[in-house]
Structure formats: structure tokens, C-alpha cells
Design a binder for this molecule. Sequence first.
Ligand code: PMP
Length: 418
Amino acid sequence: MTVAGMTVFEALESNVRGYCRSWPTVFDTASGAWLRDEHGREYLDFFAGAGALNYGHNNPILKQALLDYITGDGITHGLDMSTVAKRRLLETLRDRVFGPRCLDYKVQFPGPTGANAVEAALKLARKVTGRQQILNFTNAFHGMSLGALSVTGSAAKRAGAGVPLAHVTPMPYDGYLGEPDELRWMRRALDDPSSGLDKPAAVIVETVQGEGGVNVARVDWLRQLAELCSARGILLIVDDVQMGCGRTGPFFSFETAGIRPDIVTLSKSIGGYGLPMALVLFAPELDQWAPGEHNGTFRGNNAAFVTARIALEHYWSDAALEQATLVKGARIARELTELAATVPGAQVRGRGLVQALAFDDPSLTGKVCQAAFDRGLLVETSGATGQVVKLMPPLTITDAEIDHGLELLTAAVRAVCH
Ligand code: PMP
């Protein structure tokens, strides 16, 4: 339906809309790794809701649990009241997630977005330490609200704030300077009383920078960062909003490094089904919130609590999903390496099922994604200049679907680059 030659999306929806421009069709239904548009055309999804659909679209196990819950008139909106759905989720987090990993965390239910979890984490770190400064990293992405934006790198996104984004100092992320010891400046600045750097409340880090270009921090760098923080009484916040819930293999992305962050943010796939939900996890001694000090109307999305619990029970009772993710990721990395060899300057990077093809020439990536879309594959760019094509399929994708997607991507790269 068009209004004066425009679709209702163009006529009514704000100019702020984004993904609909990359993928100019009208989607209607979806299952597993596939979306269908209103004309019945199928698209293989190598984007997975920006990491919110690790278990695929309309996952049948989660869908059945959700249908049963709704049919039984289970609480849908619960503020932060105690509910049966929340109790069962907390018990499952304790028994399936924290227990096996010997993690001792309190659980906060913030508003249901990644940005709100980050806001809560920053507020808590400042409150507990009484310090204002936060250290973040180059190319970081933590969300669009003012606090989350203040620790985000992108100048274009920061400019949207319209006010100074203060009390934050960026540090070089692993690989940024190309030096063997990328933490040298940070260590020096923290330890030199004349460096001009105020002692921070916390450091906030992504183990793999998803929006920043799939920059993968080395395990050793993460360990050193954790040691550096703990030796100086600085809280370590790992933002696992995109890389958590198994994206890189283990449930928490930081497990690979064997570190224990003081505060962890989760959102996107924690709700399992793509329903909005977020968590902030922190060491019990940090639980210095006054009741209601960080509140919000939609902290109790109980339908998401149900699908979150079933996802944990079904996918995280053993190591099968983690192992399959690592195997599938390695397979994609191998294929991408062959593809990269055909494009001058192209590189492959990633961990688990977040893999990327980085191009020397950033003008190519948008064209590759467009050519992929034309062939029925949803894949997006990331990075400071959009120089990276990021592959993030559902973790539940089959090998045959991976092969199909890689064939489509290869055809797209050939069409654009050769
Ligand atoms: N942190 C990270 C690491 C993210 O990738 C994102 C979203 N891309 C966010 C925070 C913000 O999450 P949301 O969009 O749900 O606010």
C-alpha cells in the first residue's frame, strides 16, 4: 500500500529507521534460520536479530512453552513483583548457569534492553566506589542512552546525544595500536599520579566488539585486564549483551579467558525467543542498591522469563551447544579464509559463531551485503567505517544452511569484488 507513491513506512515511520533500508522488503514470517517476506521469498538469516535470536526464529521448544504459559493465564506484565515464572528462572540461573561455573552473582532485572543493563551497571559501579570516571575502549558499543552512549566509541552515535558525554576516558582496545602490550598506556596512566587520569570506578569491555568490527580481544589481554583492575580496586564490567548466551561458544564469552568480572550485562538472547529482557549480574558485595533505586515499568517481562528458563534448561544443561558452536564457527572461519584469499587485503576474524570478513576498502562491504540480500542472504556490516561483513547466524543453524549461506556470500563477494 503506498501513500502518494510512498510506502506507509516511508510516509509515517521516522527517518531513524535503519535495517529496513539495508533489506528493502516486508518480512512476514520466520522459523529457525529463515525469514519469509510477504511475497513468499525466503531469506537465510546470518544476522539473528543482532544476536537476539541465538536459538533461531520461533524456536518450537520455546514457542510451545510460551503458548502454554499464555494459555494458562500466566502473569505477562509483572513489574518487579515476585512471580512463579521469575522464581523458576532465578532457580535455573543458579542451578544451570552460576553453579556449574562456580560464579556467585546477584541478579538484577533492569529495563529490558542492553542499554538499560549498561546504565544500571555504570550507576552501580559509581555508587559502590564513589568514583565518577569510567574507562571504556576504542570502537566500543554499549547502547544509545546517555550513559551507554558515553562509553560508546562511534563519533556519529555520540553526536546524537546533544550534550557532553563526560566522566569517561577511552583506552586502546586489544589490537588497536598493533603493539604487543596493548595495556601499557592504561597501566602507566593508572599508576602515574601525574598522568591526569582520575582513578576510575570501573572498566567496561566487550570480549569481542560486535558492532565495533568484530575485534576479538586475545584471551591473554583479557586476563591481564582483569588482573590490572583487581590489583587496583577498579571494577570490571563485561558487557556480554551481544557475545553472551553462547555466541562465542561458552555461555558467557569471558569463560574462555577464565576471568570473573565484577559486573556482567546480558540482554538480546537471554530471553531466548527474541522477547525483550535484560539482566545485570554482580558480586554480592556490590549489591548496594536501595530498593527501587533503578526501576522501570518493563523489568518483569514474565513471558520472556519463561522462554529464558526453557532455553537455559534445554540448551545449557550440557556442553553440546557450546561444542557445536565452536565446530560450526571453525568451519565458517575456514571457508571465509578461502574466500578472503581471493580478495586483496581481506581478512577473517571472529570467535565461535561470530565471524567476519574485513575489507581494506570499506566501500565494498555495503555492496556485498546488498548483493547477498539480492541472493536471499541477510548479512550486515559493522565497524567504524562499516569495513566488516559480520556473520552471526543462529547457533541452531544446520551445517547445510551454513553451506548454503556461504555459497550465497561467496557469489555476492565474487559479483562485487571480482
Ligand atoms: N551492548 C552491546 C555489546 C551491544 O552489542 C548492544 C546492542 N547492539 C547493546 C549493548 C545495546 O543493546 P540494546 O540495543 O538492546 O539497547
